[in-house]
Design a protein around this ligand. Structure first.
Ligand SMILES: [Zn+2]
Length: 137
């Protein structure tokens, strides 16, 4: 399953960021997923639940924020939102457009717990290692 490898990449990046801060537990991982990556959230959640027992992220929540597809017209420069299969420019009908959004796959933040009992939110821990190129091929 495609999502299994992606989830592994997300977790590796999360563990690295959490261990750097001396975290004893990861409470929540928030990720942003573009529509064009064709990642299925159900499969991500399934992979997350299979991979986290016995790790820092056992019992953690995976929160997925979906980002719609958006492109810029290569002819007239119009930026527009579209679905996965209908990326025609609404102004001039040009099908050759430059993607602006929708291919993202990144961790936006991680909530951790430290030995002092402090909850800490790691903002912008960086792209998920090994998961960045998903949907690029
Ligand atoms: Zn156009």
């Amino acid at each position: 399953m495609h999502e299994m490898g992606i989830t592994r990449g997300i977790l590796e990046a999360a563990f690295e960021a959490a261990e750097e801060r001396g975290a004893t537990r990861i409470a929540e991982i928030r990720i942003r997923v573009g529509e064009l990556t064709e990642i299925v959230e159900f499969a991500l959640q399934f992979a997350f639940e299979s991979l986290t027992p016995g790790t820092l992220a056992e019992g953690a929540k995976l929160a997925v924020e979906h980002v719609g597809a958006r492109s810029r017209c290569g002819r007239c420069g119009t930026e527009f939102d579209h679905g996965r299969f209908d990326a025609l420019c609404p102004e001039c009908g040009n099908p050759f457009n430059e993607p602006v959004a929708g291919r993202e796959l990144l961790i936006t933040s991680i909530d951790i717990e430290t030995p002092e009992g402090l909850a800490d939110a790691l903002e912008d821990p960086g792209p998920a290692a090994g998961a960045v190129a998903a949907g690029e091929e």
